[in-house]
Design a protein. Structure first.
Length: 167
């Protein structure tokens, strides 16, 4: 499957589990969920969808040498995100948390076709609910990451820039 990523350009994705997951209703839904919520709507940040972000994280995991299971985890990490991104964390979970989508992840995934697709490829969907032991590549993606110069191009405009224009 040929996929065009805003940062990495044309990328060939050949793993059937990744292709099958990317084509699910659950992942397609993320094409309509903005990564940065309201800030993209009002023009502060460039509109990027949770789908683009999730595929980008999966591609980054691949570039860092993560095994396929961690690439699957990277692809699915935001699958339960709601509209308006982390604004819902404040609405439903209190302002001290940014994890509402994590609290609903198990129930959300259980109600989709993801468990059956993962099972068909030899995975237990419950393995993707919480962070577990990760390879060095996965560990680099699981916490605060400082962008190494030249390795990870920024998806977002720099502060003071709206859609590539200074204001």
């Amino acid at each position: 499957m040929q996929y065009h990523d805003r940062l990495y350009g044309a990328v060939e994705i050949g793993e059937s589990v990744l292709i099958d997951l990317m084509r699910t209703v659950a992942m397609e839904r993320l094409r309509g969920v903005l990564q940065h919520g309201i800030t993209a709507v009002i023009g502060i940040t460039r509109p990027t969808t949770r789908f683009e972000h999730s595929v980008g994280v999966m591609l980054l995991a691949r570039r860092l040498g993560a095994p396929l299971k961690e690439q699957v985890a990277a692809l699915l990490h935001d699958v339960s995100h709601t509209a308006f991104s982390h604004v819902m964390d404040y609405v439903f979970g209190g302002h001290d948390s940014q994890s509402y989508h994590e609290t609903i992840k198990e129930a959300y995934i259980a109600g989709t076709d993801l468990p059956a697709i993962l099972a068909r490829h030899g995975y237990d969907w419950r393995d993707f609910l919480h962070r577990r032991r990760l390879s060095p590549a996965g560990a680099a993606l699981s916490g605060p990451v400082r962008r190494p110069a030249g390795l990870l191009p920024a998806r977002q405009p720099r502060p003071g820039v709206i859609h590539g224009r200074r204001y």
